[in-house]
Design a binder for this molecule. Structure first.
Ligand SMILES: Cc1ncc(COP(=O)(O)O)c(C=O)c1O
Length: 323
């Protein structure tokens, strides 16, 4: 099934895609008052498995807390609703978009009296920047738009409002003939792409900007940091000046949508030899081996979706133990 088909979970009911509507007077339409997630489930040899759904749900509730949104559902409710929606749509692999938003009441800026609603959409979404990009990399630019300054739009919250900035970065990049833009923070340090985090490699050390560089704390970023340490690389989270991009041996984007996508040039300057580098490839291999169920899921990142799938009992047990 593709975008535009199947059932959507809305406030506890499964409704046809075409009927999943909200009123034009909803607060979220005017003020971007929503928090959301983007997760994936994969078709592995052992069954359909969500990647780090628990962690995505934690970030969703963190985002809601920052914006004083009291969701009418618990984290466990929404987590289970995601699994139920995948099952009802019979997806083997899909992108998962839970959203918690301010609905219909009044259109004053004050969101507090406005009810909080929730929905879960699913659709099939392949390689975000194209299959070819995963091997050959993408050409990107440094954006003229900066990420939001500290204490303006909180970037630790994945809120719809923040994506106004992302769309400016993306439109500028596309208009200039690039696949993506890399934004700096307001101090001029490297932040992230319009919808993905960034890593650099220099002299066999793996670098990524810290959470204080106006980034969304990505779950793929966290996974890649873990895998890089597992593989024995030195990993540094630190503020990086713009010019580190140009002298990096390797650079790559990470995120639920882009997974791990190499960057082959920045502002038309080739990164390294202008091809995917060996550390990028090693991390891609490690990441794809986990999400495709080719190696043991030693970090407990996969949660199987359908009854009777091999890990169902073990995962349910692990979740019960954590609760
Ligand atoms: C602005 C931004 N940064 C980073 C990411 C990567 O985060 P994750 O790996 O959790 O998908 C995303 C993806 O949602 C994003 O929109």
């Amino acid at each position: 099934m593709s975008f535009g088909t199947g059932k959507i979970w809305m406030n506890g009911s499964l409704v046809d895609w075409a009927d999943a509507k909200i009123h034009i007077g909803s607060h979220v339409v005017h003020y971007g008052s929503a928090v959301f997630e983007g997760a994936r489930c994969y078709d592995t040899p052992r069954g359909t498995a969500c990647f780090r759904l628990d962690t995505h749900m934690t970030r969703l509730f963190d985002s809601a807390k920052i914006y004083r949104m009291e969701a009418p559902y618990s984290k466990a409710d929404l987590h289970n609703a995601v699994l139920e929606t995948i099952r009802s749509n019979q997806y083997k692999a899909c992108y998962i978009r839970p959203i918690v938003y301010r609905g219909y009441h009044t259109l004053g800026v004050n969101p507090l009296p406005v009810p909080v609603d929730a929905a879960i959409l699913l659709w099939e979404w392949g390689a975000y920047l194209g299959q070819d990009a995963l091997v050959n990399g993408v050409d990107v630019c440094v954006s003229s738009w900066a990420r939001a300054a500290a204490n303006t739009f909180p970037t630790l919250a994945k809120t719809s409002a923040n994506y106004a900035n992302s769309t400016l970065i993306k439109m500028e990049a596309i208009t200039e003939g690039y696949s993506e833009g890399i934004a700096l923070d307001t101090g001029g340090y490297i932040s992230e792409g319009s919808g993905q985090n960034l890593f650099l490699v220099r002299n066999n050390t793996v670098y990524t900007p810290p959470v204080t560089a106006s980034i969304l704390p990505g779950i793929t970023r966290d996974s890649v940091l873990t895998l890089a340490k597992d593989l024995g690389f030195t990993v540094r989270e630190e503020m990086l000046p713009r010019e580190m991009l140009y002298i990096a041996d390797e650079a790559f984007f990470v995120g639920t949508a882009v997974e791990i996508t190499p960057i082959r040039s920045v502002d038309k300057i080739p990164i390294g030899n202008g091809r995917r580098g060996p550390i990028t490839e090693a991390l891609q291999q490690a990441f794809f081996d986990v999400i495709n169920g080719r190696i043991e899921d030693s970090h407990g990142w996969l949660e199987y979706v359908y009854e009777g799938e091999p890990r169902q009992a073990a995962v349910a047990g692990a979740r019960a133990a954590r609760a």
